[in-house]
Write a new protein. Structure first.
Length: 216
């Protein structure tokens, strides 16, 4: 799966530029948000359908339970934003940045993240199905108690990632250039890794099993 180009979107020619403020329970259908910045607002329970966001910044703000259905995003920044319990379906995120963002309890299906940077993003108890991370950097991302099905990490860097009590099915980590876990080695059941990655994870696995490794 790869991010679609803007001109390839089936609804691209119908998009209308959006100006103004986002509101709670707002309905945004075939709109294009570009070169905009939104501050600390409450726009929860909103709905974005067949829309595009480019060069948009969200500073804090609460967007809980918002729906993103067939949405295209490029160069979108989320900083300290609450996206808990949001629903993402068939959405492309290209070159985005998420820092201190809450995605706990979110549901993501058929979502592609390409060239994105995640810093301290909370995916706890989220559901990810058919999600692809390509060329992404994930620092201190927390997937604790999340359910990951058919998820791929290709050409990604994972640092201090947490998978504690997560459930995995058909998760492919072989393409990760760096697989640094803070916890959750036991949750890798259902994931596929390379032999080299297995060697890198050996110390964590030994600690989990209570095995003492001594050369003397």
């Amino acid at each position: 799966m790869a991010v679609r180009e803007f001109d390839d979107l089936p609804y691209a020619r119908y998009l209308e530029d959006f100006s103004g403020s986002l509101t709670r329970e707002g309905d945004y259908d075939t709109v294009h948000l570009r070169d905009a910045e939104f501050g600390d607002i409450d726009a929860g329970n909103a709905r974005f359908l067949e829309s595009a966001l480019s060069s948009v910044t969200f500073n804090e703000g609460r967007y809980r339970r918002t729906r993103f259905n067939d949405v295209w995003m490029r160069s979108v920044r989320w900083v300290g934003t609450d996206l808990g319990e949001t629903n993402w379906l068939h959405t492309d995120v290209d070159g985005g940045a998420l820092a201190g963002v809450r995605l706990d309890g979110a549901v993501l299906r058929q979502v592609v993240f390409q060239g994105c940077k995640f810093d301290s993003v909370n995916f706890r108890a989220a559901q990810l199905r058919e999600v692809t991370f390509t060329g992404c950097v994930l620092r201190a991302a927390d997937f604790g108690e999340a359910a990951l099905t058919d998820v791929t990490f290709d050409d990604c860097v994972l640092q201090e990632t947490r998978f504690g009590r997560a459930e995995m099915k058909n998760v492919d980590l072989r393409g990760a250039r760096e697989l640094g876990l803070a916890d959750g080695v036991a949750a890798l059941r259902g994931a596929t890794i390379t032999r080299l990655q297995l060697l890198d994870l050996a110390p964590l696995m030994a600690d989990l099993l209570g095995v003492t490794v001594a050369d003397d």
